[in-house]
Ligand binder design. Sequence first.
Ligand SMILES: Nc1nc2c(c(=O)[nH]1)N(C=O)[C@@H](CNc1ccc(C(=O)N[C@@H](CCC(=O)O)C(=O)O)cc1)CN2
Ligand SMILES: Nc1nc2c(ncn2[C@@H]2O[C@H](COP(=O)(O)OP(=O)(O)OP(=O)(O)O)[C@@H](O)[C@H]2O)c(=O)[nH]1
Ligand SMILES: [Mg+2]
Length: 432
Amino acid sequence: MREGDTIVALSTGSLPSGVAVIRLSGPATPGIIRELRGVLPKPRTLHLTRFRFKDEVLDSGLLVFFPAPNSFTGEDCAELQVHGSPAVVRAILRALTDEPGVRLAEAGEFTRRAFENGKLDLTEVEGLGDLLEAETESQRRQAVARAAGGLSTKLGGWRETLLDLRAEIEARLDFSDEGDVTDDLPADFAMALATLRGELAAAIESVTRGRIVREGVRVALAGAPNAGKSSLLNALAKSELAIVTDEPGTTRDVRDVAIDLSGQLVVMVDMAGLRETDSKAEAEGVRRARAELEIADLVLWLEAPDGEPATIPATEAPIWRVATKSDLGVAAGDLAISTRTGDGLDALTARLTSFAQELAGQGEPALVSRERDRQGLEAALFEVDAAIAGLEVSEFTAEHLRLAGVALERLLGRIDTEMVLDRLFSAFCIGK
Ligand SMILES: Nc1nc2c(c(=O)[nH]1)N(C=O)[C@@H](CNc1ccc(C(=O)N[C@@H](CCC(=O)O)C(=O)O)cc1)CN2
Ligand SMILES: Nc1nc2c(ncn2[C@@H]2O[C@H](COP(=O)(O)OP(=O)(O)OP(=O)(O)O)[C@@H](O)[C@H]2O)c(=O)[nH]1
Ligand SMILES: [Mg+2]
């Protein structure tokens, strides 16, 4: 039975390392610790211990026991903090998995157990996943807020409000013959509903800001072939990632490179130059480039003084005209740069930084950032709007308020979680 298994994994990073933490969770844990120490040690306290298996001391290190339910997973857990050599870790993992009922954990399995035991809700698990992947300061701040239950608290508050409002209606429906109890509702009922509506709408607004922090600002490098797009990508990435030649039509694939601009992630996207072409590969590149323009948050339209004229494509995103190869003479544009001399690159970076910071917003980190968040909040808002529109027909009002609550429960992971969970945990690393 997989759920009754005790799972074990190396929870720290690549070896060798100073110290490696091996984590155990499940019912076999107390027995294994008793074998190692004779008695169960004081809970949640580190003990220097010889890790002796079958009369061989494999290593000495620190042992800590977290009895259920006060552990990360909610099960009996232990950690063996050992010397971080590949041989030590391998020997101890082998000795532990030789114990009956113990096997290696799958990716994200500790966290899955924490979720299943009610230690974390779905939004907290997502926040934890974001935290493990966080590379920039703004990503860390946003992920910590979500992992610590910031969104859970908000959703919980809205659910309480919905329950209170429903109770007001239902209490009156019980005593009313004709079912129309609108007149009896307290004066602040409509106001409470409007406030809830406003908060949901504001949260939906902040999904974009959260997405920008989580995924980065997507900046498309567009222009005619040879405009200098790949050269700019390389200059910003400070690495010769993309092939640069004087042949127009060099780049065909879309390539994105994430850079950290003052703590905010910016994803620079190199692509094929836009032109009509007979080459099948290049034509596919141009098609992909146009698709990128549709999802970009900003388009840099590059024009070289020696380049072919090209028409600026229509996009929803703002467009900045960048005159490239300024060492050869300056074309018209908001900004002039040369990757050969480095001219204008600092100014461009500074403008990108403030653009990114503006989109990411100042102040409190956003608690919502995912398409799943947007869908959940929009579903709730739709029901609240239906409740507001139908205020005079009270059974329906109560039903819409119930459905709004269901949408919020789904966000928290209380219902319909299987598909979301499988996708989420497969992205976690082993040992988490
Ligand atoms: N060594 C070590 N460091 C770690 C972790 C870990 O598992 N092991 N964590 C792993 O992610 C993070 C810390 N997260 C944790 C979350 C909850 C509990 C825990 O024992 N919770 C109990 C008791 C709470 C309390 O005493 O306040 C509980 O929730 O009941 C431990 C670690 C980061 N650092
Ligand atoms: N003088 C000068 N030449 C440059 C500069 N930037 C790029 N070039 C040259 O312009 C040519 C085209 O540069 P790329 O960066 O490959 O241009 P691209 O827009 O990626 O071109 P495609 O991939 O074909 O669409 C190369 O020969 C570069 O060395 C610059 O700032 N000054
Ligand atoms: Mg190129």
